[in-house]
Design a protein around this ligand. Sequence first.
Ligand SMILES: *[C@@H]1O[C@H](CO)[C@@H](O)[C@H](O)[C@H]1NC(C)=O
Ligand SMILES: *[C@@H]1O[C@H](CO)[C@@H](O)[C@H](O)[C@H]1NC(C)=O
Length: 204
Amino acid sequence: MAKQLQTLFLILSISYLFSSDLTAATAASPAGVSKKAVNFIQSSCKATTYPAVCLNSLSAYANAIQTSPKRLAETALAVTLSKAQSTKLFVSRLTRFKGLKKREVEAIHDCAEEMNDTIDRLNKSIQEMKLCGSAKNQDEFSFHMSNAQTWTSAALTDENTCSDGFSGRFMDGRIKNSVRARIVNVGQETSNALSLINAFAKKY
Ligand SMILES: *[C@@H]1O[C@H](CO)[C@@H](O)[C@H](O)[C@H]1NC(C)=O
Ligand SMILES: *[C@@H]1O[C@H](CO)[C@@H](O)[C@H](O)[C@H]1NC(C)=O
């Protein structure tokens, strides 16, 4: 019986793997999307720390990205910014819960502020990436690139601070888990965006 269950589990896992692969493939290559663009995103994502998160977030933009390392990095930043915005909204709404302890309210408030900073920094990084595009020489490019890298790492630090603030034992388990999952995801997207920015910098 145990063996049968094991086999069944194996079959289910394999079919799950295949179906998610298929979903990713169909999502990534609807009619008119070049296979070259999808392959480019796939191979670029492989070099990031969270390749599955990367591919899942960016494959839908294959048409816009094509095989441009710059557009890939910019799209990664834009997707991260949008996730940070929805996470901030989610965190801010938590303060409406009744019966929260003072320390919980404080952690939530601090986290909302850190998400504010994250959004601001990601936005600055996006502006710097644009300036990279209009740079007239290598020095100008390097200056704006360095700023983009700095703002993105700073955003990552804010996210880690927020997530640490929620890890204390005093936090309500459900709040802790729901917030941390979202913040961890924003952190992974940010880390991926940073490695895609670095990859673009090397190609310039
Ligand atoms: C976040 O920023 C907005 C404006 O950008 C401000 O109105 C809001 O009070 C800030 N929230 C926190 C928690 O700092
Ligand atoms: C990003 O920055 C630009 C220019 O500084 C500003 O107009 C825009 O409102 C900002 N967006 C966000 C989401 O903060």
